[in-house]
Design a protein around this ligand. Structure first.
Ligand SMILES: NC(=O)c1ccc[n+]([C@@H]2O[C@H](COP(=O)([O-])OP(=O)(O)OC[C@H]3O[C@@H](n4cnc5c(N)ncnc54)[C@H](O)[C@@H]3O)[C@@H](O)[C@H]2O)c1
Length: 355
């Protein structure tokens, strides 16, 4: 019997209600307390999941000595401070993505984890989808055997869709969110008119960057960047010598539209991700082997990426295995997002076509 881990929950909103609390309970964790400044909501969520204590301040939860770890799902600008406070209080931390809203805060979080000797895992669940693991395995195989030739390009596309897949209302009282204005903790060099766009890109595209880091290591350079999520963000990167396209836009539709495609000289591989909160829909992988003229489809036995993600976090605590992503990989993702904005701000030469 594995020793029971006691996990405090910080944030009583969607992600903790829909994914993390149910998965922690399914993994047989004890959840002694939850904290949210929307105290009435915290109490309702505590009742619904039979959590003994609700707090209005997360510091009260961190003061509880028997709490081994915390799962934090709160607005992005609070990630760095709450994670560091929790680490300093001696708790392992699972933190929803992105790690931070600027690359200056993230190394301080890494230091805090190191000083505390505790785990810090950032929530990029796509890499925990069984189909992501198949993708990585196949890419390694193709690199070793050369069957499909050299990688020509990669692309990650995300056009949104319905990722919630439920009509159930969230549990919430009518209490207002905290009134005091949140310091967005934007990179100090970023002009204020780009703050909104940066937040959206750092929050959304970060998933694609993390996924590609998972299968292909970290990118080398940003070649072109047009970050504008709501009208379509287009980024071209050099990913260790491979031209890589990121295209994302928020479009309407019930079907989730997101995939990672790797194009080889003699074929291609495509990993289509499922809608995040639909616990029962697998990701899928298709491979076209050009020399044989066949397309194969891989549908692994499904397990929800969020469930495997939390299980991995618990394994980090129990067996001292590395976080996935590691804190350094999560920091690298913030650095890549910042590099996109630096590239965009550096301006691009435009050549009008002279007919
Ligand atoms: N991994 C994914 O696919 C995914 C999807 C959506 C959101 N997220 C991330 O999850 C995080 C939370 O998103 P959500 O959709 O649950 O938001 P939400 O607004 O539903 O919930 C956030 C909760 O945090 C609470 N909160 C605010 N300040 C707090 C504080 N000081 N202490 C404790 N709680 C506080 C709010 O009152 C709210 O209840 C965000 O960082 C977001 O980027 C991840």
């Amino acid at each position: 019997m594995e020793p029971e881990i006691r996990v405090g929950v910080i944030g009583a909103g969607r992600m903790n209600q829909r994914a993390h609390i149910p998965n922690l309970l399914a993994e047989k964790c004890e959840i002694p307390a939850i904290a949210d400044p929307r105290f009435e909501t915290a109490k309702l969520v505590a009742d619904a999941f039979r959590i003994e204590t609700a707090y209005g301040y997360y510091q009260d939860l961190l003061d509880r000595e028997e709490v081994d770890a915390v799962v934090v799902a709160v607005p992005d600008p609070l990630h760095a401070q709450i994670a560091m406070d929790a680490l300093e209080a001696g708790k392992h931390v699972f933190l929803e993505k992105p790690m931070a809203t600027n690359s200056g805060d993230a190394p301080r979080m890494l230091d805090a984890a190191h000083r505390a000797g505790k785990k810090l895992m950032v929530g990029y669940q796509r890499r925990h989808d069984p189909a992501a693991e198949i993708t990585k395995r196949l890419m390694t195989e193709f690199a070793d055997t050369g069957e499909l030739g050299r990688v020509i390009s990669m692309e990650w596309r995300n056009y949104g869709g319905d990722w919630l897949w439920t009509v159930d209302p969230l549990i919430e009282s009518k209490d207002d969110p905290p009134q005091e204005a949140l310091d967005p903790r934007m990179p100090p060099w970023l002009p204020q008119e780009l703050w909104g766009e940066f937040s959206v890109v750092n929050n959304g595209l970060a998933h694609g960057i993390d996924l590609m880091q998972f299968v292909a290591g970290r990118p080398t350079a940003v070649l072109a960047a047009f970050p504008a999520y709501h009208t379509g963000t287009l980024i071209v990167l050099d990913w260790n010598g491979v031209r890589t396209l990121i295209h994302a836009a928020s479009t309407e539709g019930s079907v989730w539209q997101e995939w990672l495609e790797v194009r080889y000289e003699r074929g291609w591989l495509r990993f289509a991700t499922p809608p995040a909160l639909h616990s029962n829909q697998p990701g899928s992988v298709e491979v076209y082997r050009g020399s044989k003229g066949i397309t194969e489809r891989y549908e692994p036995p499904h397990e929800w990426a969020f469930r495997r993600e939390i299980r991995h976090f618990l394994a980090c605590i129990r067996n001292d295995v590395p976080e996935s992503p590691t804190p350094q990989e999560a920091l690298d993702t913030v650095i890549v997002v910042e590099a996109m904005f630096r590239r965009a701000m550096a301006g691009q030469a435009t050549y009008d076509i002279a007919y």
